[in-house]
Ligand binder design. Structure first.
Ligand code: SAH
Length: 353
């Protein structure tokens, strides 16, 4: 169980917020503004040793090195798909693994990151759910996925982050929020625009409402069904937070100008792909500034669901488009490298709107 466990008892400095590091500095008789300077080294310059932080005094560098480490995720494997997406398998200090996928889009790269090892949501169609929940990622581990890959890809334009990898981000609320704050910090951090970071949730209503109050981030909601009976069957979380509650929370979610909530909708043959479903979906989303991503089910061994045929997919999309929704079909990317549970895919817009 202890295999690969870090022997160091020191804290990874990436697990601290700017405020926490500032407070630690103050306690040690150092001005708190140095926190920004230190984080700039850690995140912008991706430096791994305090000794390389040349604009800090020798004494401070030694003090930092005595209390903190700057960890790096161990890259166990990188698999490249024929479509260009790359799956990184990272090994964490305790021997657990997470996956992060780099997806090439037309003019930039998108990174799909994980928020937990495993997942407790138990969605019936999802491969991650099968192995259950192991643990939350720390904010340092979440941010490290971005930091370490950025270092690897050099000057390639990585501009978008999607929290659609393993885990339910809102079930790991404080670490995820702290990680997003670091990713989007304009002073020292990785400097992602809040308009380019998207959090995808199965629909944890209280946390969703809180998120809107705490930070600015794009929201994607995995809807996947248009009635409570079907949704509860597919996603047990719906028993706790049924459609009505979830959609009311979405209405309240504060959106940035010209932004919409993305509703993800897995298309499962003869489960949720009928004309009636499409029409019900247009009604459900009417009060919300919404767009829809249709995700034909990514089949995996042993799964009890099937992907609808192309004609049904296009018909479903057509109904949404006729009702003036932007509806894209997102085809799974990286299938040849089993880029996980179909979560890891790039936008593939099929015409219109
Ligand atoms: N827990 C979060 C983020 C991880 S799942 C959430 O539920 O949104 C990310 C997306 O992948 C979700 O929209 C989910 O519905 C979808 N997904 C999971 N398994 C899939 C599969 N086998 N085929 C297609 N999409 C899948």
């Amino acid at each position: 169980m202890k295999t690969g466990m870090s022997t160091s008892a020191q804290t990874d400095i990436k697990n601290l917020s700017k405020e926490q590091l500032g407070a630690w500095l103050e306690e040690n008789g150092i001005k708190s503004y140095r926190a920004g300077q230190i984080f700039k080294w850690v995140f912008s310059h991706q430096i791994d040793q305090f000794s390389s932080m040349t604009d800090l005094g020798q004494e401070l560098r030694e003090k930092l090195a005595a209390h903190f480490i700057i960890s790096r995720l161990q890259t166990e494997r990188i698999e490249t798909s024929i479509d260009g997406s790359q799956k990184y398998l990272f090994r964490l200090a305790d021997g657990n693994h997470v996956e992060t996928v780099l997806i090439p889009e037309k003019n930039h790269l998108t990174l799909c990151i994980s928020s937990q090892v495993g997942c407790a949501m138990g969605c019936r169609f999802c491969l991650t759910a099968r192995d259950g929940f192991v643990r939350d990622l720390t904010s340092g581990e979440i941010v490290s996925q971005v930091r370490d890959i950025k270092k690897n890809i050099g000057s390639q334009p990585l501009s978008n982050i999607v929290m659609m990898g393993m885990g339910e981000p809102l079930a790991n609320y404080s670490n995820v929020v702290q990680a997003i704050r670091i990713l989007t910090d304009r002073d020292f951090g990785l400097e992602f625009s809040t308009r380019k970071v998207t959090l995808s949730t199965a629909g944890l209503v209280p946390e969703l409402l809180q998120l809107g109050k705490d930070i600015s981030v794009n929201l994607a909601v995995s809807l996947n069904a248009t009635d409570d009976a079907t949704r509860s069957r597919l996603m047990p979380i719906n028993n706790k937070y049924p459609l009505k509650n979830l959609l009311e929370a979405c209405i309240k979610y504060p959106l940035a100008p010209r932004k919409r909530i993305t509703f993800e909708y897995i298309l499962l043959r003869e489960i949720n792909d009928s004309t009636e479903d499409a029409l019900r979906l247009t009604k459900l989303l009417r009060p919300i500034k919404a767009k829809v991503n249709l995700i034909p089910f990514n089949e995996h061994p042993g799964s009890m669901f099937q992907r609808p045929d192309e004609k049904s997919i296009l018909k479903f999309q057509d109904i949404l488009v006729q009702h003036h929704y932007t509806a894209m079909v997102r085809n799974s990317k990286g299938q040849d490298i089993s880029a996980a549970c179909g979560q890891l895919r790039a936008t593939h817009e099929i015409t219109r709107n």
